[in-house]
Structure formats: structure tokens, C-alpha cells
Design a protein around this ligand. Structure first.
Ligand SMILES: Cc1ncc(COP(=O)(O)O)c(C=O)c1O
Length: 381
């Protein structure tokens, strides 16, 4: 199943204390905290204690650069295409207001997207929001986008991985559909990097959002925004900050010019504790290599799906393994109660309407997957 040796897995697991205490299968809600992230946090606190504000210039600005650069590399983007924002919602709202609209007033998304994406346009009366319906409740065919996106479309906006079904969309095809119609492509990739390969550059997507919270084990408080370099000059943010200014430390209140790179979308001082934990989370996962990590996660997911099917569970997951990711939805009559009972057994999963949501990551084991399936079998209705 995996190229990782048992000793590599054991070493990786030892970096995440929760794994020694509980069967943690909920990385799509919150990636586990590592010793690596804690060490960065300790370093941050120590410098705050000993250096105060001078740590900004000597250390912390460098940390921001390091995070932009590493996040960009991990997503197949250039450092100049990366910006740090407080949340996905903030990133979406900045770009939603930054595009020149012309006559276009339509945005096409899907019912499987995380609602904060659609809300950006729900609140704009001048925008017609088209929500594509999923025929099987699991995924959307790119042909549905092709039918819906036309010369009235401002954005094709959707998810890379659907948060409630784990469905992996073909974002290259979606970017092409948007481009052919003269619309912007915007992809919410919060559930993607760290668990599936992501190459924003090769995908052709104009705008891609991501963040450290989930599969990158970096904690809450930040999001990553990537904007294709050649499209940056077309975008003029209407919400801004001194971090977006060409001469941030000029403190010239009478003049404002946007930076030429993607940092023109930044909205002020990023959450420094998260900048640190995000770097630590990346260090921890990178220790086994991203390809090996994704491979192992995939193997665990396939094992989970097979075991669930052996037990006769009803799954809400794509038939095609290439469209599946590490989010597995198991139908259940009372998912909240099932999650509570599993929690009492030290098995941590989550629930969404009608389903228990199980999300194994690279640091989980086959035994842990078998344990949750066995426990669920005892309470399956
Ligand atoms: C796909 C997706 N997008 C966005 C978010 C969160 O958005 P925000 O960073 O604005 O809280 C989540 C979950 O928390 C998510 O699963």
C-alpha cells in the first residue's frame, strides 16, 4: 500500500502526540498538532519575551516570506503569486470584489461547495448565483459547468475537493471551461493540499485558495491565496491594507500604490502564531515526503472504503478511486450519537447531516482504520 517503511511511519507518528492517546481520524476538520509546530511556537514566544518588537524585523518578517515561499512551492505556484489572508472567507471576499465586472453578473458554483464560497455572492444583489445540483449527491460533471458558464459568467467558483463527499474535481477542465467563456476560475482548495497532489500552475486556474488548518497540520488563523501572475495586474482590490502597499514602510498617507505581486491582496498583519505552527506542520509532514504521504493516505482511504463495503455500510463516495480523497462519508441514522459513542472509545471522527465523516491521514494506520470500522459496525443502523 505504501512506500513508507514501518519505522518511517512510527517516527512520523511520534511527532504527533494525539496519535499516542487517541485514534485520530478527523484530519479534514483539523490536522493534528505536531511537536514541530510546538517548537516553532516556543521559538515565537521566546523571541516575543526576549526581543519584543525587534523580533519583527530580525525574524518574523522572514517567517512570513518563508511561509509564502513554502506554501507556493507546495501548491505549484510562484512565491510572487502567494498571499497570506486571515481565512478562506477573507481571501474569497477580497478577490470577489477585485475583478473588473463589465457586463458580467453571473457566478456559477455547486451545491457541494463549502457554503462560505457561495455566501460571497449571495449577499450581492447585483449577482445572479447559479448553484449546480449534483445528480448523485457526490460529484459534479464538468459538462454541467460547460453548460452553465457563458458570456454572462463572471466567476466559475468551486471546490477542488468537496468537503462533504471528498469528491476531487478536475480543476484543469474547469479552468479551461472558464477561460473559453472569458470568465475567472476560482477554486477553494482548503481540503486539497497535503492529501492530494496540487499544481495550481499546471491547472490553469486563475485564483486558488488553501490553508494550513486541515491536511497541512498547521492550525487555525490563516489562509493562502494564489493568483496567477499574469492576471494580477487585472485585479484591483477594494478592501486593502498597508501590507498591500508598494512601499509598506514608507508610511506615506497621501500616496497609495498596490504592490505588483499577489501580496496586493493581503489584509494586514497575519496571525503570527499560525505562521509558526503552519511551518511546523509542513516540516512534520515533509519529513516523509509529500508524494509518499499522499500515497499512504490514498492506501488507507482505499482500505477504509473496502472495509466499509465489506460491512455493508452505505457510502457517499465516488465510485472512481481517482475522484476519491481522504474524506469518507458513511451513512448513519444518528451520526451525532455515533460520533459521541466513538469519542467515548477514543476514536475521533466527525459528522455531517446523515453521515459519519472519517478522514484518515498519512499518520494513521490500517489498525486504526479497522478499529473505527469495527466499532461502527457495532452501532450501525
Ligand atoms: C472547503 C472549505 N473551505 C473553507 C473552509 C473554511 O473557511 P474559513 O477559512 O473562511 O473559515 C472549510 C472548512 O473549515 C472548508 O472545508
Amino acid at each position: 500500500m505504501t512506500a513508507l517503511a514501518d519505522t518511517d511511519v512510527a517516527r512520523l507518528r511520534s511527532r504527533f502526540p494525539i496519535l499516542g492517546r487517541r485514534n485520530y481520524l478527523n484530519s479534514c476538520s483539523l490536522g493534528a498538532l505536531s511537536h514541530d509546530a510546538e517548537a516553532y511556537l516556543d521559538d515565537f514566544r521566546a523571541r516575543w519575551h526576549t526581543m519584543g518588537a525587534s523580533a519583527w524585523y530580525e525574524h518574523w518578517m522572514g517567517r512570513l516570506d518563508a511561509l509564502r515561499t513554502r506554501a507556493a512551492a507546495l501548491h505549484g505556484a510562484r512565491p510572487t503569486e502567494a498571499a497570506l489572508l486571515p481565512s478562506t472567507s477573507a481571501a474569497l471576499s477580497v478577490v470577489a470584489e477585485a475583478v473588473p465586472r463589465g457586463e458580467r453578473n453571473r457566478v456559477v458554483c455547486t451545491e457541494l461547495d463549502f457554503p462560505t464560497l457561495a455566501y460571497q455572492w449571495r449577499v450581492k444583489p447585483e449577482i445572479e448565483l447559479v448553484v449546480l445540483r449534483s445528480p448523485d449527491g457526490i460529484g459534479i460533471d464538468p459538462a454541467q459547468f460547460a453548460d452553465a458558464v457563458d458570456e454572462r459568467t463572471l466567476f466559475l467558483a468551486t471546490s477542488h475537493v468537496c468537503f462533504s463527499t471528498g469528491y476531487v474535481q478536475d480543476i484543469e477542465a474547469l479552468a479551461r471551461i472558464a477561460r473559453d467563456a472569458g470568465a475567472w476560475s476560482l477554486v477553494d482548495g482548503y481540503q486539497a493540499a497535503g492529501q492530494i497532489p496540487v499544481d495550481v500552475g499546471a491547472s490553469g486556474v486563475d485564483i486558488y485558495t488553501s490553508g494550513p488548518l486541515k491536511w497541512l497540520c498547521g492550525g487555525p488563523g490563516l489562509a493562502y491565496l494564489f493568483v496567477r501572475e499574469e492576471r494580477i495586474p487585472e485585479l484591483t482590490p477594494r478592501f486593502t491594507s498597508w501590507f498591500a502597499a508598494e512601499n509598506q514602510f514608507g508610511f506615506d498617507i497621501d500616496r497609495f500604490r498596490f504592490r505588483s505581486d499577489a501580496r496586493r491582496f493581503e489584509l494586514g498583519t497575519p496571525a503570527l502564531p499560525t505562521v509558526h505552527t503552519a511551518l511546523g506542520g509542513m516540516d512534520a509532514l515533509e519529513s516523509v515526503g509529500w508524494d509518499a504521504a499522499i500515497d499512504r493516505r490514498r492506501g488507507l482511504t482505499e482500505h477504509l472504503v473496502a472495509r466499509c463495503r465489506d460491512e455493508g455500510f452505505t457510502l457517499r463516495t465516488a465510485d472512481d478511486p481517482a475522484r476519491r480523497s481522504g474524506i469518507v462519508m458513511v451513512a448513519h441514522a444518528d451520526p451525532a450519537e455515533a460520533v459521541r459513542r466513538l469519542d467515548a472509545m477514543d476514536i475521533v471522527v466527525d459528522h455531517r447531516p446523515g453521515h459519519v465523516r472519517i478522514s484518515p491521514h498519512v499518520y494513521n494506520t490500517v489498525d486504526e482504520v479497522d478499529e473505527v470500522v469495527g466499532a461502527l459496525a457495532g452501532m450501525y443502523t
